[in-house]
Design a protein around this ligand. Sequence first.
Ligand SMILES: Cc1cc2nc3c(=O)[nH]c(=O)nc-3n(C[C@H](O)[C@H](O)[C@H](O)COP(=O)(O)OP(=O)(O)OC[C@H]3O[C@@H](n4cnc5c(N)ncnc54)[C@H](O)[C@@H]3O)c2cc1C
Length: 507
Amino acid sequence: MSEMLIETQVAVIGGGITGAALIRELSKYKVDACLLEKEGGCGFGVTKVCQGLLHGGISHLTSRTVKYHQDMPFKEYLLQPFLLKENLQNLGREEYFSLAHTLNEEIERPGRLVLAEDKEDMEMIALIKDASEDLGMRGISLLDRKGIEEMEPRVNPGFIGGLFDANEAVVLPTAWAIAFAENAEQNGAHIYKDTEVLDIDEKKDHYLIRTTNGMFKAEYVVNAAGLYADDVAKMVDAADFEITGWKAQQLVIENQDYTSRVLCGTPKPQRGRLVIPTTHNSLIVAHTFHPMTHKADRSTTKEGVTELLTWLHEFLPSISDKHLISAFSGFLTFNTKNPNDHLLESPKRGFITAAVSAPGLGPAPALAREIVRMLADQGLECTTRSDFNPYRYKAPRIIDLPAWEKNEKIEAEPKYGHMVCRCESVSEQEIRDAVRWGARTLDEIKYKTLAGFGRCQGGFCTSRVIKIMAEELKVSPLEITKNGRGSYILTSETKSVPEKGPKEVSL
Ligand SMILES: Cc1cc2nc3c(=O)[nH]c(=O)nc-3n(C[C@H](O)[C@H](O)[C@H](O)COP(=O)(O)OP(=O)(O)OC[C@H]3O[C@@H](n4cnc5c(N)ncnc54)[C@H](O)[C@@H]3O)c2cc1C
């Protein structure tokens, strides 16, 4: 039997924040476009381990400081022209605020507080403030000890001052990748999950893409495969670079009003420590740096956890280790061709590589526009659609509704009153709704409803969520996966002898 061939104008490979923002941008035009993602949902690559910061201006300057090697005067070094990723970041950050209304996703602006330990640190942050003024940045202020106490009373009294950037914002990155992709789908784009690109055959005026989910014929291909962008570029003999990076271990801590600001130390060469309040009541402690050994390594170490807890206590001494929820790791990637910046190039007609390093989240919407411009330059006809709908439907969280509305909903559907995830207060019906709106994996449920995000990390609710998903999808619970591609959670019925293939089970 011959394999099915799907024809499209543009195939986007990779559904991280880059590919997802791009497919939504393409859906604004009369263009037939599809997104091919190897995982069971969007945003489960590097985007999943991202801290979610939409950087204010100060973080560009502090991350420059971390890389300073004294080969020019410090201030002159800070005032070097912005890189592509920094320019796109500045455009993208504020755009997320308007997108939050249309895509119905959360965003907060905690600001960033850079803390100074001693006189030398104070001199450094004063220089950074000076440079920020020369660059025309606003919302940045120097604080003394009293100013820090007023802003964040639980911060270590050993810090003598700080620099506050009111612009820094934070989002939940995977939820945003899902939101971009869902809105694109609503506007006619096709999202193929569980679809790994295995091979690309370059023809005279198109590309033939072999995947685990059939063949695709595309006039244009955009390689947004993140950590694997070099492997995809190799498929068309266009990989004169490699993707490598730093393994970054991070912690998730319950935030019991410890801080509402992003905290970091005064930058020192080769050192970056951060405590980040998320949009859902936890803190991320970031991050250790270790060279990447292999791309699939997601391990965490006891030493890494200890190191991160030590830093956390340096910032917030009253935090107890018992508030540690989990540890995870991922790769801060860079490309070997242009290690300080994103790699955005078209090595062949009709083929664009967008290998994105950090920060990649904030730049995504502006980068998407840039890629569409490149496609148009290569001949893609981009006529805007008059019926593009920027609004993405997302059911409100029951817990956030006023009492009268909650009661009305529960009266109409009692399953809204049945709490399944107690940590995040997610009801049975919200999980059913998420499945009806397209979630097929446990991780998609997690990012769409927050079920499993809290203190117990799904310890209590996972079995219930699986049961509800199985009922909605009319499949055996054995068929529910964590994130597609064989990541089954249940292997056999309790007390049964494991057999080949999924089997009926009652939970
Ligand atoms: C620890 C850490 C913290 C960070 N913090 C921040 C931050 O606070 N702010 C910020 O802006 N940036 C941050 N970054 C950087 C940011 O996360 C990345 O720049 C961004 O997520 C890259 O997105 P992407 O879509 O390009 O790549 P990815 O998210 O990796 O997406 C690529 C996608 O391609 C898919 N794919 C790969 N190969 C194939 C194939 N053959 N076929 C089909 N699909 C394929 C993958 O499954 C994946 O979903 C951080 C990164 C790390 C590691």
